[in-house]
Design a protein around this ligand. Sequence first.
Ligand code: HEM
Length: 163
Amino acid sequence: MTGLLSIPSDTLARAGVAYVHYLSFMVCFGALVLERRILKPSPDRREAIAMVITDVVYGIAALALLVSGILRVVHYAQPTPFYTENPLFWWKVGLYLSVGALSLYPTITYILWAIPLRKGELPQVSDALARRLGWIINIEIAGFALIPFLATLMARGVGLPAA
Ligand code: HEM
């Protein structure tokens, strides 16, 4: 079957899923960098809300990244064992999950900020909390920069056991 501009629709679907994977990766990275830039002790209302929004955008993009990644493994790229039999793939998944686990701390912190913000009050952000959040986001950004390297190796079959 052919679709847009007589490109086979299966090719379009593969390209579309790959595009969502790249786009969500870029949005995740951008949101994290922005969140890191905005982060500071004793933020005003606008800054606190901007941090919460960057974290929500990051969370949605991270979910799209995961879903598009899983779709590529099960259908829209190479046959599934090409990935699941490659330890580099599992390193990639592990790194993604570790970054995701690290994100829980900032996310829970921001969810708790919603309470004072809704009452028109400001969240209490000490120097120590801002520094801790800053370090966590730095590590997340480094993780996000490293994952594509594993992805590019994995996509070329590096790490696969010899047939
Ligand atoms: C658990 C989550 C993820 C899964 C299951 C997954 C899965 C995949 C799959 C199956 C491919 C296709 C490889 C091919 O073309 O043969 C791929 C490519 C890619 N992924 Fe992911 N991915 C995940 C998370 C991520 C993350 C977090 C990033 C970036 C930070 C990322 C960046 C990339 C890049 C850059 C490519 C293209 C590699 C290339 O074609 O050279 N992925 N991913």
